[in-house]
Write a protein that binds this ligand. Structure first.
Ligand code: NI
Length: 183
């Protein structure tokens, strides 16, 4: 049975710990954590979730890009479970774009990330997977990967002026949407 889990908030110790690798993907405990992560994420407007955010210090993330009021420009993909993920940048350049985090409500900030990455992970059935990610999905992955290292996106903000209250960010996004619809 899926349990909707409480999301750890900024300041919680579990968000600052390096998460443990998963040895046995098929273990009942691991499959339960995955099920709870998928259920918990779908009950929010989030586009990704890492196991430490539900209080489980394990190397599991879900990447689930979809357009929501929080991220109106996000592409649509099936929620993808990634266990013991790793990545390498395919190009040196980083680009800044907006991020938020379910563990840091009410805040948005501009964060530099690699635009193209090659990732490897084990899927929910235990198969080793490899794929190339770019743009916003690559951004989500790097954000979730950081959670496994005990790092939060605010740690990567280059300038305090890049940190916005959500209400101000929404005004900015509404402005961009109006500009597009008027073109
Ligand atoms: Ni987050």
């Amino acid at each position: 049975m899926t349990m909707l889990r409480e999301i750890a908030q900024l300041g919680a110790k579990v968000l600052r710990q390096k998460a443990e690798a998963v040895d046995d993907v098929c273990a009942v405990e691991i499959q339960q954590i995955i099920e709870d992560m998928l259920g918990t994420l779908s009950s929010t407007q989030g586009v990704g979730l890492a196991a430490p955010q539900i209080g489980e210090s394990k190397r599991i993330v879900v990447v689930a890009s979809r357009p929501t009021p929080r991220y109106p420009f996000a592409s649509l993909m099936e929620p993808t479970v990634m266990i013991n993920p790793t990545f390498q940048a395919l190009a040196e350049t980083q680009e800044k774009d907006w991020e938020g985090c379910l563990s840091i409500p009410g805040i948005r900030a501009l964060v530099p990330r690699y635009q193209e990455i090659l990732i490897q992970y084990t899927d929910q059935q235990g198969a080793l997977m490899e794929s190339k990610l770019s743009g916003f999905v690559a951004r989500i992955f790097q954000h979730e990967f950081d959670h496994l290292e005990g790092r939060l996106y605010l740690d990567r903000v280059e300038n305090n002026e890049d940190i916005f209250a959500e209400s101000e960010y929404i005004k900015l996004v509404d402005g961009m949407l109006n500009t597009i619809s008027n073109e």
